[in-house]
Design a protein around this ligand. Structure first.
Ligand code: MLT
Length: 263
């Protein structure tokens, strides 16, 4: 995997294919392996770039971060690798970062893809939940966080009947360093409300959501779809939060259809 130094941190990313840059940003507590199927499928027509955000996957960093610093680091990476302007996709926390990116670097974007994410900030209850999880990460480490996240990531059916997928996801989540988990939880807790940004987004936008997503449910995706002028919403069937891994064929098909319209 290529690596580069951004802001004193070693950032790793996967890159496959040629053409318009399509950047895929993972969520929490994940890394770019959640995009394996999209890298394989879409790199026939696009230059697909999937970074590991600082501290995640192979990107080693022990620094705290914010959604804004993640967006700035990503912009530096894409600028260093001559990948601007790009089509930017973010899943969940990757989507929270995408809003910070879109607010500051709109001119470097051709299109947006918002996957199982939301524009709202955390509620007071949500913030308290983040603090509790930070304590869990400190006392019990990544396996406890992975166990807490699993029931939200995949539908009950997949959890019961797809042991290989469950194991793959468990491996990814358990490999996320506990310190990165703490930093990510604090960054998500403190993120801005991006709802005021939505009416100003005027590039083509695709919104994807799992029909059983308990973290960023379909109703939230519908609200974003109403607020963003040039957006299209596609619901992924038989999927919870991690649609890119749970229903890769449906996700790839939706992405292909949308990307075919982007010049
Ligand atoms: C994610 O998948 O990135 C997180 O679960 C999002 C969140 O907890 O708000």
């Amino acid at each position: 995997m290529p690596t580069t130094t951004i802001n004193g941190q070693t950032i790793s990313y996967r890159e496959q294919g040629r053409g318009t840059p399509l950047v895929l940003v993972h969520g929490f507590p994940l890394d770019n392996r959640i995009w394996d199927s999209q890298l394989a499928s879409l790199s026939d027509k696009f230059r697909v770039i999937a970074p590991d955000l600082p501290g995640f996957g192979q990107s080693k960093s022990t620094k705290p971060f914010t959604m804004q610093s993640l967006a700035d680091d990503l912009h530096s990476l894409l600028s260093q690798t001559s990948a601007l302007p790009c089509i930017l996709a973010g899943l969940s926390m990757g989507g929270y970062m995408t809003f910070a990116y879109a607010a500051k670097y709109a001119k470097d974007l051709k299109a947006l893809i918002l996957v199982d994410t939301k524009a709202d900030a955390d509620t007071p209850d949500g913030k308290a939940g983040r603090d509790k999880m930070i304590q869990t990460a400190r006392t019990s480490g990544s396996p406890a966080i992975a166990a807490a996240m699993m029931p939200k990531m995949l539908s009950p059916d997949s959890q019961q009947n797809r042991p290989q997928l469950v194991q793959q996801l468990k491996t990814i989540m358990e490999s996320c360093p506990a310190l990165t988990i703490e930093h990510a939880l604090a960054a998500m807790r403190d993120r801005a409300d991006s709802r005021p940004l939505l009416p100003s987004i005027n590039i083509p936008t695709l919104i994807l959501v799992g029909d059983q997503d308990p973290i960023t449910p379909p109703a939230v995706a519908e609200t974003m779809n109403k607020e963003i002028k040039n957006s299209k919403l596609i619901t992924i069937k038989s999927a919870a939060h991690l649609t890119s891994m749970e229903q890769p064929e449906q996700v790839n098909q939706a992405l292909r259809q949308f990307l075919a319209m982007i010049k």
